[in-house]
Design a protein around this ligand. Structure first.
Ligand SMILES: *Cc1c(COP(=O)(O)O)cnc(C)c1O
Length: 463
């Protein structure tokens, strides 16, 4: 249903000098929130003198692993230093190596794609479904070759990807599914927690994520005991570290040093006790915001298919040009002006990713290990081009996101004012549509490209 409001003069908009919909005093609550219980957990470790997983008798990390495995419903969990390391370790643990192809969605965080590259595997990008922002199973099917070893299934923004179709395709081709659940702690797919469905799966505990630590951390989950053992070795120099007794210093595998930190594990354990309750409140707060926005058809709010739940890590909103009386070609300019108007009102609307991952210089310029992995024998020449990912480009162009502001359980009042701001912007849609058709516009990825060139030109002293 459309709410008919009298057309108000555009000068009401904060963008044109009017008052803000979101009062300045109403600030975003800090994330991660730190309680006395969290502080005590960290102090406990400081007093224990056991700071890493290699410290004899260390228990916080082992307990976090046990608790998270139980939470997700897997046999094993291995903690590491961050979510990107978790992905590299996980891919290596299932046998991904030089010259293998690893499929990655074109819209994700860079770590999803650099993790396989660090194994000298070749990232092969697949376009997204513009409704869910997750990798499109139809595009996945055609991207698989005889060299494909794994699919990094990102549950972007907290919404589980189409795991049924993806795992069916993967099984048909004998390819490992690796869930990148860095943004999706606690989300469920057909009743099962994400991170319990792939052969091996990863989470990030970075400060920005829904289950955060006081710094960096990552978790790997799997039902496969051998994969867990390999991951435990890979996080510490390829060694087998005994729970008790002498360390042998024998390196069995090419490992990294990406051990977890006991203080950060203790902090996360403390947060984990409140995690389900916080997620439930967040669900209510976000649903209330989205419920209000349903009255303004120009904004396309995130959809959640019946068979899954959303962790609401990031909220992505698309604009619909037709509802603003505009032709489709104005999607980008309209998004830009709506974003500006919302920001002026006090809503921190912002892009998440300026370009498809394959447009990042590391890929377009093939900045790997010298010319490798692309120069390895048998690796097909496959240039990385943004234009091969039209759904990703379209979504980047016509959508903006809300990040962080809604994570704190007491964000309800702030989100109510955000809804007021969307309402105000919607009431002034005609004025904003006029601005959209008359203002110069450059898509994010063109700006990103200029930023990349300018930064690179000044990066090194030997120019
Ligand atoms: C944050 C994130 C990562 C990387 O996690 P870090 O802990 O920052 O290394 C990987 N994939 C996705 C989808 C992410 O959002």
């Amino acid at each position: 249903m459309t709410i008919q409001q009298p057309v108000q003069p555009a000068v009401d908009l904060a963008m044109f000098g009017g008052g803000r919909a979101v009062p300045r005093e109403l600030r975003i609550k800090p994330w991660p929130m730190v309680t006395e219980q969290d502080e005590q957990a960290v102090h406990r470790v400081l007093r224990s003198g056991r700071f890493t997983s290699a410290s004899s008798g260390e228990q916080e990390i082992a307990e976090l692993e046990r608790e998270w495995a139980q939470h997700v419903g897997t046999e094993h969990c291995v903690a590491v230093s961050n979510g990107t390391a978790a992905l590299s370790v996980a891919l290596s643990a299932v046998g991904v190596g030089p010259g293998d192809e690893v499929i990655v969605p074109a819209l994700s965080f860079i770590g999803s794609a650099t993790a396989p590259l660090h194994l000298m595997a070749v990232p092969v990008f697949v376009d997204i479904d513009p409704a869910t922002f997750n990798l499109d199973p139809a595009a996945l099917e055609v991207a698989i070759t005889s060299r494909t070893k794994a699919i990094v299934v990102v549950h972007l923004h907290g919404l589980p990807a189409d795991l049924d179709r993806i795992t069916a395709i993967a099984a048909r081709h004998g390819v490992a599914v690796v869930e990148d659940a860095a943004q999706a702690h606690g989300a469920r797919y057909q009743g099962r927690a994400v991170g319990s469905i792939g052969a091996v799966n990863t989470f990030s505990l970075n400060v920005s994520k829904n289950l955060a630590t006081c710094g960096e951390g990552g978790l790997i989950t799997t039902d496969d005991a051998d994969v867990a053992t390999r991951a435990t070795m890979l996080r510490q120099f390829g060694e087998l570290i005994p729970a008790n007794g002498e360390r042998s210093y024998v390196a069995h595998l090419l490992g990294w040093n990406c051990k977890p930190n006991a203080m950060q594990a203790a902090f996360t354990r403390s947060r984990l006790t409140r995690f389900p309750a916080e997620a439930a409140v967040r669900e209510e707060n976000v649903r209330r915001l989205l419920g209000r926005l349903a009255a303004y058809p120009g904004f396309l709010v995130p959809e959640v298919p019946q068979d899954r739940t959303h962790a609401w890590h990031i909220l992505r909103f698309r604009v619909k040009p037709a509802d603003f009386g505009l032709a489709d070609e104005f999607a980008g300019p309209l998004r830009a002006v709506v974003q500006r108007a919302l920001r002026a009102e006090g809503v921190p609307a912002a892009p998440y990713q300026l370009q498809p991952l394959p447009a990042q210089r590391v890929f377009t310029e093939q900045r790997g290990f010298g010319a490798y992995p692309w120069a390895l024998p048998g690796v097909a020449a496959r240039p990385y081009r943004a234009e091969d990912f039209p759904a990703t480009l379209r979504v980047l162009d016509d959508s903006f996101t809300l990040q962080k502001a809604h994570l704190h359980p007491e964000s309800g009042p702030l989100l109510a004012r955000y809804a007021d701001a969307f309402e105000k912007v919607w009431q002034h849609r005609d004025a904003l549509a006029a601005v959209a058709t008359t203002t110069a516009y450059r898509p994010h990825w063109e700006r990103a490209s200029e930023i990349a060139d300018a930064e690179w030109a000044t990066a090194f002293s030997d120019r």
